[in-house]
Design a protein around this ligand. Sequence first.
Ligand SMILES: [Zn+2]
Length: 416
Amino acid sequence: MRPRRTVPLLLVPLALALTAPPALAAPAPARPAAPPPGECSDEPRDLPIWRFVDYREMRRELTRIERASRGRVDVDVVGRSNRGRAIHTATVGHGPKVFLVTSEIHGNEKTGTTALLRILKWLGTSDSPEARRVRREITFVAVPKINPDGAELDRRGNDNAWAEVQKDFPQLAGRPPAWNYLDGRLQGDDYTKRPGFDLNRDFNPDLDYRPKAEDVPGSPDRPGWFLNPESQVLRDVYKRLRARKGKVDVYVDLHHQGACVREDVKNRLLDVAVDYPPLPDKFFEPGGKYVPYARTYAKTYSKQLAISAFRGIEDRGYIGARYPHAPTRDLPGQARSSMALIGTGTVLFEVRGQTQTMGHRQAERFTRAVTAGLVRMLGDVSTGRVRTIDPDSFESLPGTREDAAARAFRHEHDLE
Ligand SMILES: [Zn+2]
């Protein structure tokens, strides 16, 4: 097992993290330094992560932002992780379009949390015309660290044993663990004594789905089951927003990927790749398994949103790309896939490198790139410009170049 890193609970990293961008303008990244040349590896290592915001710092910062916003930002505890940590939403704006974002559904993919705190601070305190327009047109709902147990363990999975799930769902007694159960070694982490789940395979487009014995262990090309407290919390947040506002317009899921991926035009190491949902077109044709969702699936809108994010990333000088998207890739249990099937435009952000390969190296650069993509999306959604983007131009964005080893690794483990 990678030795757990001790994270000093200092204010310094947080202050650095949160004061770096101007607070009152749209977070305006400085010119990024070129990525350091040379070293790049997907081999798991024990690396420092103290530049990232840990759970306690995040809670303190949410409180601070809520207070500074004088009522604009509303922080709520919306549920608890399997180990009892509070999961929060931070809501700002009162517009008709709900814009939902999660970070750290995989706990070793951390830049999204800091990006969300920066955006909350901006929208909570700025009186700029842009911030005012976003608050007027959008209800922005951030769920930072949706997997706080995994985040504190600095690992992909949450902290939940199959026996605990069977206690919650007695109908699963005698069934083998769900296919996304982690109880071996993965990414340098030892799950044998402390197993967990890949939460981003636990979702289902039927928000009222209850686990059935015959649906477990399931498989990657079938929906998930809401077996875990954390995915149940996100489902309930989504359901409440839909009940209150009619629909959830946008969902963004903030992730990290392989450490050595490059954009395929100039062959540069990329900062963030974006993607629309992995749901093959053929299954929406007559007789296909997604036909019941053919009228609601938000594929076109998801592509428009992804292009908007890409433009935000590139316009600020960072390196964007399309995430690998084979036409056969079929992952309905991802949160973004399930939500897209029922009408929400969804985008995946994939920052280069996870903590076991990059530590916090380039954390500031990547955080600014993620922030730039999200801010652009908020702008384009709030003005309606996003609907004028040609969705087919997505295919002409730079793609992702992986070496053979990285591709084989991604296919085998599906570790986005
Ligand atoms: Zn991920």
